[in-house]
Design a protein around this ligand. Structure first.
Ligand SMILES: *[C@@H]1O[C@H](CO)[C@@H](O)[C@H](O)[C@H]1NC(C)=O
Ligand SMILES: *[C@@H]1O[C@H](CO)[C@@H](O)[C@H](O)[C@H]1NC(C)=O
Ligand SMILES: *[C@@H]1O[C@H](CO)[C@@H](O)[C@H](O)[C@H]1NC(C)=O
Ligand SMILES: *[C@@H]1O[C@H](CO)[C@@H](O)[C@H](O)[C@H]1NC(C)=O
Ligand SMILES: *[C@@H]1O[C@H](CO)[C@@H](O)[C@H](O)[C@H]1NC(C)=O
Ligand SMILES: *[C@@H]1O[C@H](CO)[C@@H](O)[C@H](O)[C@H]1NC(C)=O
Ligand SMILES: *[C@@H]1O[C@H](CO)[C@@H](O)[C@H](O)[C@H]1NC(C)=O
Ligand SMILES: *[C@@H]1O[C@H](CO)[C@@H](O)[C@H](O)[C@H]1NC(C)=O
Length: 317
């Protein structure tokens, strides 16, 4: 008995620790939630002589034949006398810190365990704000996207159109990842941004669309390079542009007074061969670009058979 008391003194002073009876930590808990400090011990044949839990050296509960519980914890704890496990409820941020359990079994050496509890406030009310509020134009404007949230923020990650957003020449992040700097904005920055704010007990994801006005880029005319007389021909002009481009058409330099993306020739004639120019205009960036399709007349089957007859007539003569 004397030896055990001596060893208890050593345990309490940090010596004679023996095996650690708590699994490796740290444990995570949410504000207003609960956490259970389980031990690695199996219920013994005869009850432990004493179980003591402390927080940063202050007694929470010392359970022998009687219980000495700190009044602050009276309604917040449950002790499992068989395994030494402790449940702590109604967590507050100030519960973050180191917990120690000291168990004196009926037979054998005293056991001790230490672990750390981290309490986090749940993340709520995440928002993305974009500045400036003004219209953004490719290469001319810069923008900052900021992610704000309430709660204990451990990490912030950004995604664009559901893919991770990485730093690049024009994209940089603040050290805490709260702000993304787009300097200057690029057409590839147009889209939906997501900010994922997390801590070990909660994750909130918020999304915001960013409009970057750009273009027209990549202007091209889709259509045949040759057509046969009588054929219906449709030429379609495309451009990558935000907002969508406005189109106009010229034929050999003359305005055709067509403002659709598609220009249609109902019946192709030889007089309609030549240069078709599509001009795309972006009414916000005030930029325009154009492209030309040279439409030729194709030699149709009747013409070919006429030519063959002509050649055979020349050979025979
Ligand atoms: C001490 O607390 C434990 C765990 O809550 C309980 O099982 C036991 O009955 C209590 N003992 C006394 C004497 O109140
Ligand atoms: C973006 O943030 C940087 C650094 O805080 C600041 O200097 C700059 O004026 C901001 N730009 C905009 C467009 O808000
Ligand atoms: C910042 O974001 C990067 C990439 O998503 C991530 O690896 C890093 O852990 C984040 N840092 C912080 C402090 O959130
Ligand atoms: C222009 O076309 C290229 C090649 O297809 C593509 O990579 C690029 O994203 C396009 N530009 C825009 C602004 O869409
Ligand atoms: C440009 O096109 C849009 C729709 O694409 C249309 O609403 C607008 O009136 C057009 N503007 C001009 C000047 O043609
Ligand atoms: C086509 O657009 C031009 C300017 O791009 C405008 O002057 C013209 O009135 C428009 N024509 C029609 C038929 O809408
Ligand atoms: C069409 O454009 C080509 C190349 O720019 C030029 O050589 C040709 O003379 C043009 N044709 C007409 C009918 O304007
Ligand atoms: C216009 O389009 C052509 C062909 O796509 C491209 O080479 C040129 O750089 C563009 N010009 C402008 C000012 O965007």
């Amino acid at each position: 008995m004397l030896g055990r008391v001596a060893c208890l003194a050593l345990v309490l002073s940090g010596w004679c620790a023996g095996e650690d009876v708590l699994p490796p930590g740290p444990l995570s808990g949410a504000v207003a939630g609960a956490v259970t400090f389980s031990t690695t011990l199996k219920p013994p044949q005869s009850l432990f002589l004493s179980v003591r839990w402390s927080f940063k050296e202050d007694n929470i509960i010392t359970s022998t034949s009687t219980n000495i519980t700190d009044p602050k914890y009276a309604n917040r704890i449950s002790l499992d006398r068989a395994t030494g496990a402790l449940e702590l409820r109604n967590l507050v941020l100030a519960d973050t810190g180191e917990y120690t359990v000291t168990i004196i079994p009926d037979a054998g050496l005293p056991k001790q365990g230490k672990t750390t509890l981290n309490v986090y406030a749940l993340i709520t009310e995440a928002t993305i704000t974009s500045s400036p509020a003004a219209i953004l134009i490719e290469d001319k404007s810069s923008a900052n996207l900021s992610c704000e949230a309430l709660g204990s923020i451990s990490t912030i990650e950004w995604m664009k159109d559901k893919r991770p957003l990485r730093p690049s020449g024009r994209v940089t992040f603040s050290v805490d990842n709260k702000t993304v700097f787009l300097q200057p904005v690029h057409s590839s920055h147009h889209g939906t941004y997501q900010c994922r704010v997390s801590n070990p007990v909660s994750t909130v994801t918020v999304a915001r669309d960013l409009t970057v006005n750009f273009g027209p880029h990549n202007i091209s005319i889709i259509g045949p390079s040759a057509a046969a007389p009588g054929q219906r021909v449709a030429l379609e002009c495309t451009a990558d542009s935000v907002p969508p481009a406005n189109f106009s058409w010229m034929f050999n330099g003359n305005d055709m007074r067509v403002n659709n993306s598609v220009y249609t020739i109902e019946r192709f004639e030889v007089e309609r061969m030549g240069n078709y120019t599509c001009t795309a205009r972006n009414m916000v960036t005030m930029l325009e670009n154009s492209t030309v399709l040279n439409l030729k007349a194709s030699c149709s089957a009747p013409q070919w058979s006429y030519l063959l007859l002509l050649i055979s007539a020349i050979i025979r003569s």
